[in-house]
Design a protein around this ligand. Sequence first.
Ligand code: PSU
Ligand code: MN
Length: 306
Amino acid sequence: MYIVISQKVLDALKNNQPVVALESTIISHGMPYPQNVETALNVEKIIKENGCVPATIGIIDGQAIIGMDEKQINMFGQRKGIVKVSRRDLPVVFAKKLWGATTVAATMILANMAGIEIFVTGGIGGVHKNAQQTFDISSDLQELAKTNVTVICAGAKAILDLPLTLEYLETFGVPVLGYKSSNLAAFYSKDSGFKLDYEMKDEKEIAQVIKCKRQLKLDGGILVSNPILDQDSIDNDYINNIINNAIDKANKLQIKGKDITPFLLKEIVDETQNKSLMANIALIYNNALVGSKIAFEYNQIKNNND
Ligand code: PSU
Ligand code: MN
């Protein structure tokens, strides 16, 4: 069996309760221990407090667990050598019975297989700066193009080329919705300066968009950009300077492919003396709050006929 759904998640799905998927790369590759475990458990708590059932997804010994328990999340936070798993890695990790941390792309795939439609994360992968030369475009974007899961994130950070990321999403038909904002959020800061076509006034409106997309059978994801709160936001110029230095360092060290995002995240945490980590944690909590409200609203209306 490649996929195991925890009893709690199974019951929730059976009883038509709203379920929110969560990824595990953020735990194993996105944040240091012990903050990674603490954050993952707090995110689950926020989701529960808002009337939904959390399903953290990860792969243990070649088996995808939909709804990891506290002990499993703890192991993910501490274990070394967990493979970062995107779409292409899934069959290999299953066949070789490895441990795998699921990225946005892989989490979307597994959530969709389990029948979970809403997924909360921190930031998505995107078109990397200089992708014209490197071809480095996260497979998260391709997954958003084809897999029927709505992803709530705090936009994308400036390690990526944000305008090209938006262009790519447009080409592949992915609606990008600004939660109470008209510009794309920039992860550590609330405003990237890049305009979105659709500002959404509340969770209900977003739930309606999800419902319409599914009723029309327009396959693919929806991306919700939920800006970090003012109080947690980091100044754009300050963080962009650090990001650019980190990219230079990665280039000098010839770090490529799937190692680049974790490398940059760690560099940024070191260079900001944990300020970026604090912002990262705060924005995920905010996404968990908004994401579970969306999941709750969507669950109320999805089977109505109006
Ligand atoms: N951005 C973050 N933290 C993360 C990631 C992105 O702020 O942990 C992870 C997510 O799992 C995302 C993945 O799906 O990195 C993208 O990696 P790549 O660019 O190699 O596709
Ligand atoms: Mn990449």
